[in-house]
Design a protein around this ligand. Structure first.
Ligand code: MIG
Length: 815
């Protein structure tokens, strides 16, 4: 395994240098012209284009030869029309004013410096090194500002704050990776620079091998470069990290809402078979009353690993099995790898040959590589015709009722050959322009899940696809959720999992998760329970296990852990209204669901290095226990008021607190001023309509606000307005407090249920409560199912309960 990196790096980095041993640096601007979108500058022999994408987003494109490569992008789908900007010429500089930004372009030599409109320096090229090239490699060196911190780059296991690291982008299959392994399976060449309240992002949109160095080569410089093609990057101004991410996802797109069931608990292993074992796993979940929504079939369900086939000895009647599982609330998800067995008796192979969709070597012959089925050919997913061909192959699985698709091995990973991937000179297609694997390697997996997503959506237009991938690239969130590959059953990997998911999450991929319990090895009951706790607060909650490893299902660790794990998974289901609302927000705005503290609190220096606790949705701060033998953990709470999620106790932030954390209880805090919707646990999504939605109100000096988003959970009708989105607001007035629930926007009406408001932090019983203009009844004792209010002095809680009228409601709470 470890031998492949030196090989890749040698070939991709040293080769250009050996062709032309000396680096050349961009020199004087010989001429320039203004275009509708920006400027084009000649720096013979090089050329540079600056595009004003929006007033806060600037694209820089540098070609060492003066001839730009294609202008197409796999990642960028949103390029708004050219905004207005001003260009001012002086003997030494060209200045561009966009409204939000000021660009100063030095003419001799060419150097770019970017400031905000008010003149605050944001980032600038190093005066000495600037932009340089050697052979086909191009790099730019930027000055690091005092106090600047770096984050992001997607799936990275090394230190969360990237100062002092050198990292590269080359999708790679690395089982049992460590903190020092780089690169990993998926690459998002996008980073954040944050100093105090000033942030910007850099997105290097080039899917060939690229690298990023933050103060490692020279403490004062951050550099990034590509092995070939244009140095094509976007500078994205904030000023907040959240605005950087919103603008980045304006460019690269956002996920569609996934089916609600995919936010439930998912159970996987390599592999559940035969059918009897699959049924046994499903019935064990139900008989033990441990909630679960999905069961995965790994590679053994296929006939000799031939994708889109079934092993009929192990699975004699797939449709019947899938239908029975469905009756029990289980969705079946199957793995599909890119390799297609080179076997002339196999229809996918014959059909692909006929359609000429397979990757070709430089000489036009078909590339053959070994993966699970033996000798295989591989669809060239960079070609539109191959993608649509591939998409249609899912027809049979969809007809059999399979609900989700898991795309693996798509870095692409190949068992033989020097680089364990395709030959770098294999043919590829760059939006109609002949290209090669070296130039497109990092989008192979992304284009595979694009083909899968588009095909599945075409075949089953009424249902949102659920696709899970191991390899991806910037923008891949449009097609698929992502998991962090082959981790290990160790405490270290639990810690790494949080960090890696955070990195992907702030780079546009909100739907991430780890193999809960660890893929390789066997966790102790304690480690599994703790990992599952983190899983509740992971966007994707899926357990997985390697072939030949012992059983790792939630009940495999003895009755005590089984009870704990049941409660942990139940908590996930209780939180689903909150989590789904967070997904909706992410799908709409691009916001990350799981966020490092620095993302929400960039001006707080104590958040800069923190990667073992995180925000989950708007309101929750989760601090998983990642060490053995703990019954409490220290949690840093940023400034403000927080409530302990488990006790409702109020705590002041801006300090570390010790939170009780016996096994089964993950430290979670709720940010004051928010509202968290929950529901009773269920065995699977949609088992029965919830009879109650609880909206717990966590006031901040008497006020709070939140939202509840609901829809049918499965179709795309929400895009046509068939959803119900409501806001809840607690306000405090002179004589009374007001709790208002808006009428739903959208046309969806959820099934009838009770709404329960729990307002925390109330010290005394209110003299009166009115619902609109009528007095509201005080309940005595606990009379669930009835309307009225109740004060619980010990809990400092005021409870209001009404049947949901799906209309505007106002409660006036007297003082
Ligand atoms: O070479 O399909 O990361 O989740 O169980 C291993 C078998 C191939 C790697 C995936 C893992 C999956 C396994 N796959």
């Amino acid at each position: 395994m470890s031998s492949r990196f030196p090989a890749v790096i040698l070939i991709l980095c040293l080769l250009p240098a050996s062709l032309n041993a000396q680096w050349q640096s961009a020199g004087a601007v010989s001429s320039w012209k203004k275009t509708a979108a920006g400027l084009i500058l000649q720096l013979p022999p090089a050329a540079l284009e600056i595009q004003i994408v929006t007033p806060a987003v600037v694209r820089v494109r540098f070609s060492p030869t003066g001839r730009f490569t294609s202008d197409s992008s796999w990642a960028v789908i949103g390029r708004p029309g050219a905004p207005e900007f001003r260009a001012e010429d002086s003997p030494t500089h060209i200045r561009i004013l966009t409204g939000d930004l000021r660009l100063d372009i030095g003419k001799s030599p060419y150097r770019l410096s970017v400031s905000t409109a008010d003149g605050t320096f944001l980032c600038g090229d190093d005066t000495i090194r600037g932009t340089g090239w050697s052979g086909s490699a191009v790099t730019v060196w930027k000055r690091i500002s005092a106090g600047e911190h770096f984050y992001g780059l997607g799936e990275k296991s090394n230190a969360f704050e990237k100062s002092g690291s050198a990292l590269s982008m080359w999708n790679s299959d690395i089982p049992a990776y460590t903190e020092n392994t780089d690169p990993l399976y998926q690459d998002i060449p996008f980073y954040y620079a944050i100093r105090d309240s000033l942030s910007y992002g850099v997105f290097l949109d080039n899917p060939s091998f690229s690298h990023f160095i933050f103060g490692k080569e020279d403490r004062s410089l951050a550099s990034f470069g590509v092995s070939g093609g244009d140095l094509n990057y976007y500078l994205i101004y904030g000023p907040s990290p959240r605005e950087v991410l919103r603008r980045f996802t304006d460019l690269t797109g956002r996920m569609h809402l996934p089916p609600l069931w995919s936010l439930g608990y998912q159970q996987c292993r390599w592999s559940y078979y035969p059918e009897r074992r699959v049924r046994e796993i499903a019935s064990t979940f139900r008989s033990k009353k441990i909630p679960c929504d999905a069961i995965y079939l790994d590679i053994h369900y296929m006939e000799g690993y031939r994708v889109f086939t079934w092993d009929t000895a192990r699975f004699p009647s797939p449709s019947a099995m899938v239908a029975d599982l469905k009756k029990d609330g289980f969705k079946t998800v199957v793995i599909i790898d890119p390799g297609i067995k080179a076997d002339s008796s196999y229809s996918a192979y014959r059909d692909g040959e006929r359609n000429r969709v397979f990757v070709q070597n430089a000489d036009g012959s078909e590339f053959i590589g070994k993966v699970w089925p033996g000798d295989c050919v591989f669809p060239d997913f960079t070609r539109a015709s191959a993608r649509s061909w591939w998409g249609s192959l899912y027809e049979g699985l969809i007809a059999a009722g399979v609900r989700g698709f898991w795309n693996d091995m798509n870095e692409p990973s190949v068992f033989d050959g020097p680089q364990k991937t395709f030959p770098l000179n294999a043919r590829a297609d760059d939006h109609g322009i002949p290209s090669d694997h070296a130039a497109t390697h990092n989008v192979y997996g992304m284009q595979m899940v694009r083909a899968t997503y588009e095909g599945v959506r075409r075949l089953r237009p009424d249902e949102r696809p659920f696709v899970l991938t191991r390899a991806n690239y910037a923008g891949g969130q449009r097609y698929s959720a992502a998991w962090t590959g082959d981790n290990v059953s160790s405490w270290e990997h639990l810690r790494l999992g949080i960090r890696i998911c955070l990195g992907m999450s702030i780079c546009g991929q909100p739907f991430t998760g780890t193999d809960i319990g660890g893929f390789i090895g066997m966790p102790t009951g304690e480690l599994y329970a703790r990992w599952l706790e983190f899983g509740v607060f992971s966007p994707l909650m899926r357990s997985h296990a390697e072939i030949n490893s012992p059983n790792k299902e939630p009940w495999e660790y003895g009755p005590d852990f089984e009870a704990v794990n049941r409660k942990t998974i139940e908590l996930r289901y209780q939180l689903l209204p909150y989590i789904y609302s967070a997904f909706r927000n992410s799908a709409e705005t691009g916001d990350a669901i799981m966020r490092p503290l620095v993302f929400d609190y960039p001006a707080d220096p104590r958040t800069a290095l923190c990667d073992d606790e995180f925000m989950f949705g708007i309101a929750l701060l989760a601090a998983p226990v990642t060490e053995p033998g703990q019954s409490a953990r220290t949690v840093y709470l940023p400034a403000g008021t927080w409530y302990d999620f488990h006790t409702g106790n109020r705590t002041a932030g801006g300090a570390e607190v010790t939170s009780a954390a016996p096994i089964g209880r993950i430290p979670v805090f709720v940010k004051a001023g928010t509202i968290v919707p929950t529901q009773p646990a269920e065995q699977y999504v949609g088992e029965k309509p919830p009879d109650r939605i609880t909206l717990t109100v966590y006031p901040d000096r008497g006020t709070a606000e939140g939202a509840l988003y609901e829809d049918d959970g499965i179709s795309f009708d929400y895009m046509n307005g068939n959803y119900a989105e409501r806001t809840v607001h607690l306000g405090s007035g002179a004589a009374s407090d007001t709790l208002a629930l808006s009428e739903p926007s959208g046309t969806y009406t959820p099934p009838p249920r009770l709404l329960e408001f729990r307002i925390l932090g109330r010290d005394s019983v209110p003299p009166s409560v009115r619902r609109g203009s009528s007095p509201f009844r005080q309940m005595t004792g606990r009379s669930a199912g009835e309307e009225g209010w109740e004060f619980r002095p010990a809990e400092h809680e005021l409870i209001l309960r009404v049947r949901d009228s799906f209309r505007h409601e106002v409660f006036l709470i007297g003082r």
